[in-house]
Design a protein around this ligand. Structure first.
Ligand SMILES: [Zn+2]
Length: 283
């Protein structure tokens, strides 16, 4: 399954569940002085979450091109952070909330991408008992649900604007990739055993410049799953640079910069993977 297949399956899945499929919006947000770039799939929909405009559709789904520099210092070091990427998302403006967003995500991953259930873990906010219950009912047992504070499970597009607690879905690459510590789990700071693949944001406040949160009249759903990350899971490559969105680029520049070396290598051989791994750790 290629990244193009995954993108299409995602949009189709939500289209079949009454979401309007919209094209990616501009990478430069229009009329938003708080952002230089579109940093998340929800950016074009901020006025709807804030109640400043009426959404033309109660549910939408997109694959949004985004740019982020907030974690630019780790790009290239761990193989799963990027500055520019595509974000798959489903959004609801007062139409549904956690009770549907969580089962939708689980169904898509396990039934439509055939990801093993035992590999999925959920991170939830410390205060979010409701998500805990929904996840347990949906299929993730309590031992694979971990609670975190604002640092991991609170989301906002910027210092001001719509925000709320979130629930992240993590993929477990397996014990053999772990640090071996008894408390190793999602967001482990000692290893890369767990990969965050999808963030379900439960938008329920508007935060102003002084940090005060005001409840929104209509709660919203804003989810984001990096297309490149889920492609790495589906294709079982721990580095994004070993997946189909990147390999043609890497091969092209191998040809352009190392024509002699390229002639020495098998077209399907290990040189490509080696180059990808080198990029992910050295660039
Ligand atoms: Zn660990």
């Amino acid at each position: 399954m290629t990244s193009a297949d995954i993108r299409q399956r995602f949009l189709n899945f939500f289209k079949e569940r009454d979401h309007k499929v919209l094209p990616s919006s501009s990478l430069i947000p229009f009329g938003d002085p708080t952002l230089l770039f579109t940093s998340a799939g929800m950016v074009p929909f901020k006025p709807y979450f804030l109640g400043q405009a009426s959404p033309p559709f109660p549910r939408v789904t997109t694959c949004q091109k985004v740019f982020r520099s907030s974690d630019i210092d780790v790009v290239g070091h761990d193989g799963h952070h990027l500055t520019f990427f595509e974000m798959l998302g489903n959004f609801a403006f007062g139409d549904y909330f956690k009770e549907k967003a969580i089962p939708y995500a689980y169904e898509f991953l396990t039934k439509h991408l055939a990801i093993e259930e035992k590999r999925l873990w959920a991170g939830i906010h410390n205060d979010d008992d409701e998500s805990d219950q929904i996840w347990t009912k949906t299929g993730i047992p309590p031992e694979r649900i971990r609670r975190f504070g604002d640092e991991y499970n609170f989301w906002a597009a910027g210092p001001t604007g719509p925000c709320g607690p979130d629930s992240e879905i993590h993929y477990d690459w397996g014990e053999e990739y772990g640090c071996g510590r008894p408390d190793c789990g999602p967001n482990c700071e000692y290893c890369d055993r767990f990969l965050e693949i999808w963030n379900l944001v439960f938008i329920q406040w508007n935060r102003d410049e002084s940090g005060i949160r005001t409840p929104l009249t209509k709660k919203g759903i804003d989810t984001g799953m990096g297309l490149e990350r889920i492609t790495s899971v589906v294709s079982q490559k721990q580095s994004l640079f070993d997946t189909d969105p990147f390999l043609p680029l890497i091969e092209h520049w191998e040809q352009e910069t190392m024509p002699g070396a390229a002639r020495c290598c098998s077209p399907t051989g290990s040189s490509r993977r080696t180059t990808g791994a080198a990029m992910s750790s050295d660039v």
